[in-house]
Design a protein around this ligand. Structure first.
Ligand SMILES: [Mg+2]
Length: 287
């Protein structure tokens, strides 16, 4: 992986050539630092302002794709006129789009039952809890002591195993979290593809430049879609040594915010700054 800001001159050209820019990002760990409890993950005011300003730039469509429930995500971000995709893209809302995965909707009553059983089973483990996100569930154990991790895993397997076996749900691991999702062939990558189709009519020759920024396992599907498309920018948030499908990386949500600032500044100039100046920008940021 290459550092995104160090690669700026190359990327600036992609922006310059694009007719539409679809800037998509994950929320937790990408726009906000990872915190103990998900309700504490708040968006910094200047990041919110940068996203709002980017969304107002010509040719830009901005969206946030999260494992959170759609309503929760919208509440936290609080910007109107952008795309929100909740529950890993099972529900999407934005300018000219409103989508709920029909199979996920159908399986909702089963998940409600799973939630009830998981909640009771995890009751004895301090720091582990289930979050009900409507179309999906999240089992969080970041605040549980390390030796409890195995027990959490066993409980999740025991409880979800049955519905998993009959093909109703599936479990995906994340950073100290298990996501219990309906067993539909749907992920952040498919949601991104849907958005690319919606906003980049005419396919590959539409001049669409999709960007996806994410930090976790579920973001890999997104990186893959961007890389397969050919002319896109996939950005992993974390250490360069981490094995990720993304072509570029930024070290932290703070660096993502810096990238947004540079992007905004350059967009306002129509991406026409000369390359040597751009190089200086990238280097001064990296120092
Ligand atoms: Mg994340």
């Amino acid at each position: 992986m290459e550092h995104l800001l160090a690669a700026w001159p190359k990327i600036a050209r992609q922006f310059q050539d694009a007719r539409r820019i679809l800037l998509l990002a994950d929320y937790d760990g990408t726009l906000t630092p990872i915190v103990g409890r998900p309700e504490q993950a708040n968006l910094a005011e200047d990041t919110r302002q940068a996203i709002r300003n980017l969304a107002h730039q010509r040719h830009f469509k901005v969206g946030i794709i999260s494992g959170r429930a759609l309503a929760d995500l919208k509440d936290r971000v609080g910007i109107s006129g952008i795309i929100y995709a909740g529950n890993h893209g099972l529900e999407i809302e934005g300018p000219g789009i409103s989508f709920v995965n029909p199979v996920a909707e159908e399986i909702q009553p089963v998940l409600r039952l799973v939630h009830y059983v998981l909640d009771r089973a995890l009751g004895t483990i301090r720091g582990a809890f289930v979050e009900n996100k409507g179309l999906t569930l999240s089992v969080h154990y970041r605040l549980a002591e390390d030796h409890h991790a195995r027990e959490v895993e066993r409980i999740v397997k025991d409880v979800v195993g049955g519905v998993e076996a009959v093909g109703k749900a599936r479990v995906t691991p994340g950073k100290k979290v298990y996501e219990v999702r309906p067993a539909v062939s749907w992920d952040k990558g498919k949601a991104i593809k849907l958005l690319m189709k919606r906003y980049g009519k005419g396919g590959r020759h539409s001049g669409l430049l999709p960007i996806y920024i994410g930090d976790d396992l579920t973001d890999e599907d997104g990186f893959r879609v961007i890389e397969n498309y050919g002319n896109g920018i996939s950005v992993y948030v974390g250490e360069a040594s981490h094995p990720a499908t993304a072509r570029y990386y930024l070290k932290s949500p703070a660096e993502v915010a810096v990238f947004f600032d540079i992007l905004l500044e350059q967009a306002q100039k129509g991406f026409r700054e000369n390359v040597s100046e751009e190089r200086n920008i990238a280097h001064s940021v990296l120092e």
